[in-house]
Design a protein around this ligand. Structure first.
Ligand code: FMN
Length: 176
C-alpha cells in the first residue's frame, strides 16, 4: 500500500478540527491540533484521538490522566494552525482559558469533550488516546471541517436562506 495513495484517499474524507489539551504534573499546558477525533462507545462513554509518536506533545499526553477535546468552530482557523505549528508557544494568544476539569479550552469552540484517560493504545506510528467522557459542552456554532487539506465549514440553513453559499441540499439525519 502506497503511503501517498492512503493520504490522498483520507484527504477526501471530511473530519472535525480539534485542539486537544492537557496539563502535566508541573502545571505546564500542552496542546495539539487533531482531526483524528471520533467517538468509540456509548456504554461506557469512550472517544479517541490519535497522536503521532514523534510529536513534541506525545510524552505529556501518553502520561496524562485527563485531556480536553475542543472541537473548533468556523472562524477558528488560526487557532488550529497555531496548535499545529512547531517551536512556538501555542498558548501565547491567551484564547485558551480554564474550562472543564480545569483544562485549557476555547470559548469559541462549538463542542468540548472532557475525558479521563481510559487507555493508551499502540497503533503503528501513532498512539491512540482513548478517553472516558466525564463532561461535555455544546453550542450552536458551525464547526470547522478539514477537507481536501483545507479548512471548510458545512453549509447551514442560514447560508441557503441568504444565498451566501452555493445552494446545497441540507439533509437532517436522525440522531444515532
Ligand atoms: C488539520 C490538522 C489535523 C491534524 N491532526 C493530527 C492528528 O490527528 N494527530 C496528530 O498526531 N497530529 C495531527 N496534526 C499535526 C499536529 O497538530 C502537529 O503539527 C504535530 O503533532 C507536530 O507538532 P510538534 O511540533 O509538537 O511535534 C494535525 C495538523 C493539522 C493542521
Amino acid at each position: 500500500m502506497e503511503r501517498t495513495a492512503l493520504t490522498r484517499a483520507m484527504a477526501r474524507v471530511p473530519g472535525p478540527v480539534t485542539v486537544v489539551t492537557t496539563i502535566d504534573g508541573t502545571g505546564k499546558r500542552w496542546g495539539f491540533t487533531a482531526n483524528s477525533f471520533t467517538s468509540v462507545s456509548l456504554d461506557p462513554p469512550l472517544v479517541l484521538v490519535c497522536l503521532n509518536k514523534t510529536a513534541s506533545t506525545h510524552e505529556a499526553f501518553t502520561a496524562a490522566d485527563r485531556f480536553l477535546i475542543n472541537v473548533l468552530a468556523h472562524g477558528e482557523d488560526e487557532v488550529a494552525l497555531r496548535f499545529a505549528r512547531s517551536g512556538v508557544d501555542r498558548f501565547a494568544d491567551a484564547d485558551m482559558e480554564p474550562c472543564e476539569m480545569g483544562l485549557p479550552g476555547s470559548h469559541g469552540a462549538c463542542v468540548r469533550v472532557a475525558c479521563s484517560m481510559h487507555a493508551v493504545l499502540d497503533a503503528g506510528d501513532h498512539s491512540i488516546l482513548v478517553g472516558r467522557v466525564v463532561d461535555t459542552y455544546t453550542n450552536d456554532r458551525t464547526p470547522l471541517v478539514y477537507y481536501n487539506r483545507a479548512f471548510a465549514h458545512p453549509a447551514t440553513d442560514t447560508d441557503a436562506d441568504t444565498g451566501t453559499e452555493e445552494p446545497v441540499e441540507i439533509l437532517h439525519l436522525a440522531d444515532w
